[in-house]
Design a protein around this ligand. Structure first.
Ligand SMILES: [Zn+2]
Length: 194
């Protein structure tokens, strides 16, 4: 297994674990120790977007997978197992916002050169605007099964949170619709039993 494959495997284990927290035999504490071990031994490497992921970025992405209500609990649970000094939770949360804004800016940059296509959400039309002029933010998610959905909120992060609340999850670096999340969870459970 090369470094790339190992990294992908660890990401999938992490995401699968987060998706099925409640179903783990040892409960949350076993899971937290497994994750702490992965992050303690983490060797910095770039992710698929070419962003350099060090131990802090790893924690950022871990906390991003938690519902905001559970984030504090996850932070307090994992900190005692870390062999390096973590940043305050608020720092990871601002790193999440930065990352989301950067991804959204990148998506907007791709559309440059074309006339802005209005997007219709809930019967109202929205066009692209600069961050300074924007009144709303939209998150477009697309699952590998072809399902697409658009979420709307006051901020980019709010739009992504709306997608999460609707059951969309990020699994192995891909947006996954609620239906496929269910299928994937079942597939993972089957592998564990075998
Ligand atoms: Zn799907």
């Amino acid at each position: 297994m090369n470094a790339d494959e190992r990294r992908n495997l660890e990401t999938e284990v992490m995401k699968a674990g987060l998706a099925g927290l409640a179903e783990l035999p040892g409960g949350v504490s076993d899971f937290v120790q497994v994750i702490a071990k992965i992050v303690n031994n983490w060797e910095p490497s770039p992710n698929r977007q070419g962003e350099w992921i060090d131990q802090h970025k790893f924690l950022r992405d871990l906390f991003a997978e938690c519902d905001s209500a559970d984030r504090g609990a996850m932070y307090s649970a994992i900190v005692p197992h870390l062999t390096f000094k973590p940043l305050p939770l608020a720092s990871y949360e601002s790193m999440m916002t930065e990352r989301m804004n950067r991804l959204i800016a990148k998506g907007a940059a791709k559309a440059e050169g074309q006339a802005p296509q209005p997007v219709e959400v809930g019967g109202k039309k929205y066009i692209e605007a600069s961050a300074a002029q924007a009144t709303h933010a939209i998150a477009k998610v697309r699952c590998s099964c072809g399902k697409k959905k658009v979420f709307l909120a006051g901020t980019p992060v709010g739009a992504m949170i709306a997608a999460r609340q609707a059951g969309w999850k990020r699994i192995a670096d891909r947006e996954t619709c609620p239906h496929c999340v269910k299928k994937l969870t079942t597939a993972i459970d089957k592998r564990r039993v075998a």
